[in-house]
Design a protein around this ligand. Sequence first.
Ligand code: YH5
Length: 287
Amino acid sequence: MTASLWRTSRFAIDLARPQVMGIVNVTPDSFSDGGAHASTGAALRHCIQLLEEGADILDIGGESTRPGSPAVPLDEELARVVPVVREAARLGVPVSVDTYKPEVMRAVLDAGADIVNDIWALRRPGAVEVVASHPACGVCLMHMHRDPQTMQMAPMSGDVVPVVREFLEERTAALTERGVAPERIVLDPGVGFGKTVEQNFALLARQGELLMSGRPLLAGWSRKSSLGAVTGIDAAGERMVPSVAAAVLAADRGAAIVRVHDVRETVAALAVWRAMKQEHRGKDSRQ
Ligand code: YH5
């Protein structure tokens, strides 16, 4: 296996070992009348904490995309996210922004973000143009069935693995045709986005089929409801152990990046996995 790179605005991210993307949610601070400033400070402190815990990439998001969550208006998302990105871009690691709005993409790239992480895979009008007109930003294209409001009402039917694979290949082609270098693109099966529990686990078991698309994979299992379904843990905040298990399984099946809330625990678990892999391959032929 050849070590691959993810080219982004400022960083060529080495994917020879799985990268840990730490999730930073920027939400309004209801306990303060400081408004945007209060939430910027809290989010930045969270960024710094995740870096201390070993995060390789920060993923900043201003809108909760949990099933059924209300959409955040454009100006509100901009006010939440842009100040955090401007500061986070000085921390020395790649900064990704979880957004599907082209106006937010443009603003965060101007503010120094390195990666656009889009659950809509740049299918919203204007989004492809923002990424294609940027000289070098990275992009994560995620599969989602339907939309966040309706995806769980009618999950996908049939064998999801080839459907997800073909979708991701089609979106990759749409971008490369617009001049985006393949090295800038990472793909994501979109765990929980309009899939049944069984379908999500099929995407994990058969992740190798998605790797055939030729681009690195990002896996986002952290705290998702499928982990609640198989463990009986109803509270998302109590799903750390199943989330770490899923991250290790995804890495073992070839995921290049894992998107997680619990960075410290994931980094430790991946260190164990990596020690095993190094012995398995022989220390001198590490790849
Ligand atoms: C993803 O998979 N997910 S936002 C519900 C939860 C817990 C977490 C019920 N953005 C992804 O994290 N970007 C989100 O418990 C993402 N891949 C990429 N690339 C949803 C989320 C979550 C939802």
